[in-house]
Design a protein around this ligand. Structure first.
Ligand SMILES: NC(=O)c1ccc[n+]([C@@H]2O[C@H](COP(=O)([O-])OP(=O)(O)OC[C@H]3O[C@@H](n4cnc5c(N)ncnc54)[C@H](O)[C@@H]3O)[C@@H](O)[C@H]2O)c1
Ligand SMILES: [Zn+2]
Ligand SMILES: [Zn+2]
Length: 363
């Protein structure tokens, strides 16, 4: 049976292809995709920020239903609802053994293959098409590593589950895990798209104050206020570092959720002594930045990298799902347009234009 997939091909660009899926092998799980969010990390591929030499089925922020399991799979069974984690840990490397799966050095996800180095997708002419981040969720059915399929309660809506697969877990994790923000500490968040709004939500959850949101889009800033931002600034007009120093004596944390080297370079000047800049946005491959090194050393300022919100998918995704189901996280307000899968190019336009909220694709 063939399925329609949204593929980025380095030669042909973004398009729709018919692919066939092989059955789940050992340690693999077959999923029927129900909802997939469109994240800027998909757009980084389409825009060429992160070059690929192979055609990729895009999509890495998704939820669905298990339809089959390969030999040896024990953590899920057919019928289970799952959120897909895009950084499937190997569970064997030093970082995994130490409980730091987000730093796994053995994962094949970033090589865009399944753990055994293969792809489950083939075109009619036999050409292999590869799963972005080991998932490739912009299609009807996919095969993923068992460690990427995180079981969640059946009452969790699939759209919310999809966003738990990337933006929400990354954004809230950046606050709770990477930075460890405590009640009453101050923070600025630059870039309030799907990830940045989740950072704002995480800051509100832990009782940070004040929470300053910065974006170019008034609509996004209004959403940030709804999620708990106490102040909003216009990234094109306002001098954010001067404002943070003048009004607050510097902030404890500055989160960047864009991936802009220019913006990242401005973060340390927003901080109070001992503060930390948290790099949540992902820059283009090879991008570099420069900092005032005396200021960093003299003021004890820190720069923290943040992969997947320093989260362990199997622990953190169900935890956030429970908080949502208990009414503690207003995640419904993150969802913008819901489009059919074939409208993926329009969904990328939504993302490029910085309007609306997170677009969800449904098969
Ligand atoms: N660390 C991780 O593990 C991880 C996970 C997911 C996404 N990301 C990265 O996070 C970044 C954000 O992803 P997203 O899906 O939220 O993107 P998005 O496009 O939805 O949001 C980006 C926001 O930044 C704003 N912006 C752009 N330039 C700005 C500027 N100069 N000043 C202020 N605001 C500005 C835009 O208006 C937009 O609202 C991307 O780089 C993505 O690859 C990282
Ligand atoms: Zn993402
Ligand atoms: Zn590992």
């Amino acid at each position: 049976m063939s399925s329609t997939a949204i593929v980025f091909d380095p030669e042909a660009g973004l398009g729709t292809r018919e692919v066939t899926l092989r059955p789940a092998g050992p340690g693999e799980v077959e999923i029927e995709m129900r909802a997939a969010g469109v994240c800027h990390s998909d757009l980084h591929i389409v825009s060429g920020d992160w070059p690929t030499d192979r055609p990729l089925v895009l999509g890495h922020e998704a939820a669905g239903v298990v339809t089959g399991i390969g030999p040896g799979v024990t953590s899920v069974r057919p019928g289970d609802h799952v959120v897909l984690s895009w950084f499937a840990p190997c569970r064997r490397c030093r970082k995994c053994v130490a409980g730091q799966g987000w730093l796994c050095t053995g994962t094949k996800a970033v090589a865009n293959t399944l753990p055994d180095g293969t792809t489950p997708f083939t075109e009619a002419d036999g050409e292999e098409v590869w799963p972005y981040l080991g998932l490739g969720a912009f299609t009807d059915r996919l095969v993923v590593p068992e460690t990427a399929a995180v079981k969640v309660p059946k009452e969790l809506p699939f759209g919310i589950g999809a966003l738990l697969g990337c933006s929400i877990t990354t954004g809230i994790g950046a606050v709770v895990n990477t930075a460890g923000v405590r009640p009453g500490e101050s923070a600025v968040v630059i870039g309030t798209g799907g990830v940045g709004l989740s950072v704002v939500m995480g800051l509100a959850l832990v009782g940070a104050d004040p929470i300053v949101a910065v974006d170019l889009s008034p609509e996004r800033l209004e959403a940030a206020r709804k999620f708990g931002a106490t102040h909003t600034l216009d990234g094109a007009r306002d001098d954010v570092a001067a404002w943070c120093q003048d009004e607050l004596g510097g902030v404890d944390y500055a989160f960047e959720a864009i991936g802009s080297p220019k913006v990242v370079e401005t973060l340390p000047a927003m901080l109070t002594s001992g503060g930390a800049a948290v790099l949540v946005g992902m820059a283009a491959t090879g991008a570099t930045g420069s900092f005032d090194l005396f200021d960093l050393a003299d003021q004890g300022k820190r720069i923290l990298g943040c992969n997947y919100g320093s989260s362990v998918g199997e622990l953190d995704i169900p935890k956030l799902a429970r908080l949502y189901l208990a009414g503690r996280l207003p995640l419904d307000d993150l969802i913008g347009k819901v489009r059919p899968l074939k409208e993926a190019p329009l969904a990328f336009d939504d993302l490029r234009s910085n309007t609306g909220k997170r677009t969800i694709l449904e098969p």
